[in-house]
Design a protein around this ligand. Structure first.
Ligand SMILES: [Zn+2]
Length: 240
């Protein structure tokens, strides 16, 4: 594992996050192995295939209906093609402002890096299935608010490519503090895509304690500003 500009604290956060994802995957696999009477639910397909944008939106509805006491659906805006950028808040008091840490998880910012768009739903399923049963799941829901956005680039996913449908790489579409030194970095660039503007507004208004952005290709790089880039799959010489 290689880290960049990383503190031990941030590394610990990333490792804890990956452990949590692994636990979610394990729990989902165990659930699937014994859950033979519920074939057909989208939640049972999370480990078998990548859900389409339509299926992912339907899974969100299925999830917030099934786990209504610990979840709330929201949209941060729309993609170039007009698809909602859906998210789910996970907490024992979803929608309520509490004096608790808020964590934001974004996936599939690059359309051709899809594993995070399945891992985040699996995390949600694990939390719902283990609330009141597993101490860690129960504490996360009781003492924090998690905000997951499984795909920030549904258009790119549908097109099987990194950029959005206007060929804008969302991850290179933010005001870079080095290139734009002295600029108001809270303001989107003139060339900002709607997906970029949506996540900037959501981040600025959310006052999050920490965030993770799931990519693929390289390994793990911790960055400043409370943002960690987690590249899920192994691989070399691929920029996430
Ligand atoms: Zn990426």
């Amino acid at each position: 594992m290689k880290t960049y500009k990383d503190s031990r604290c941030k590394l610990s956060l990333v490792v804890a996050w990956l452990v949590l994802l692994a636990a979610a995957g394990t729990a989902a696999a165990q659930k699937q192995a014994v859950d033979t009477g519920s074939r057909g639910r989208l939640s049972d397909q999370l480990l078998k295939t990548y859900l389409s944008n339509e299926q992912l939106a339907a899974w969100i509805d299925e999830f917030v209906d099934k786990c209504s006491s610990i979840s709330r659906k929201f949209s941060i805006g729309k993609s170039v093609q007009g698809l909602d950028l859906w998210g789910i808040e996970l907490s024992d008091k979803p929608g309520v402002e509490e004096a608790e840490p808020k964590f934001k998880y974004i996936a599939n910012m690059h359309g051709d890096e899809p594993s995070g768009r399945m891992l985040l739903p699996m995390l949600a399923e694990w939390l719902c299935a283990n609330n009141g049963k597993d101490a860690r799941a129960t504490r996360l829901l009781r003492d924090a608010h998690l905000f997951i956005i499984p795909t920030l680039n549904p258009d790119g996913f549908a097109l099987h490519r990194r950029a959005n449908s206007k060929n804008i790489d969302i991850n290179r579409n933010f005001p870079d503090p080095i290139i734009y030194k002295g600029r108001d970095l809270s303001k989107p660039l003139d060339t900002a895509a709607p997906e970029t503007i949506a996540i900037m507004n959501f981040t600025r208004n959310g006052h999050f304690t920490a965030s993770a952005n799931l990519h693929e290709g390289a390994i793990v790089g911790g960055a400043g500003g409370g943002l960690a880039f987690v590249c899920v799959w192994g691989g070399v010489n691929i920029t996430c």
